[in-house]
Design a protein around this ligand. Structure first.
Ligand SMILES: [Cu+2]
Length: 113
């Protein structure tokens, strides 16, 4: 029972990093790490290509305000590679991207209709 509780806590902590934990990796981006992604940081995207071996997804995306990036088509890494199984070519998504270890990475996404 104790183990279950600890696992749940770690999962929760990973999902909603506290500012103190996130500070080292994401200095200067503190405002992004509220419990839920801010609407302004979500962008529309169209999945062009899922490359599971490379762990990447190519997305035609709208403006990414938090990254100062205009609309374009580019490849992203994903925070959780299991997400690549939930995406397929032609999917419309809403997503949030950030720079993780120097690479543009999808850190949140949801499918839209
Ligand atoms: Cu881009």
């Amino acid at each position: 029972m104790k183990t279950v509780f600890i696992t749940a806590f770690i999962t929760l902590a990973a999902t909603f990093p506290a500012p103190g934990i996130a500070a080292d990796d994401h200095a200067g981006h503190g405002a992004l790490y509220a419990a839920a992604p801010a609407v302004a940081d979500m962008a529309d995207g169209l999945v062009k290509k899922v490359d599971k071996p490379a762990g990447k997804v190519t997305i035609a995306h709208g403006q990414l305000v938090n990254l100062g990036m205009p609309a374009m088509t580019m490849a992203f890494r994903v925070k959780n590679t299991a997400w690549l199984d939930q995406m397929k070519d032609g999917d419309k998504i809403r997503f949030m991207a950030d720079k993780v270890d120097g690479a543009y990475t999808v850190v949140h996404f949801e499918r839209t209709k």
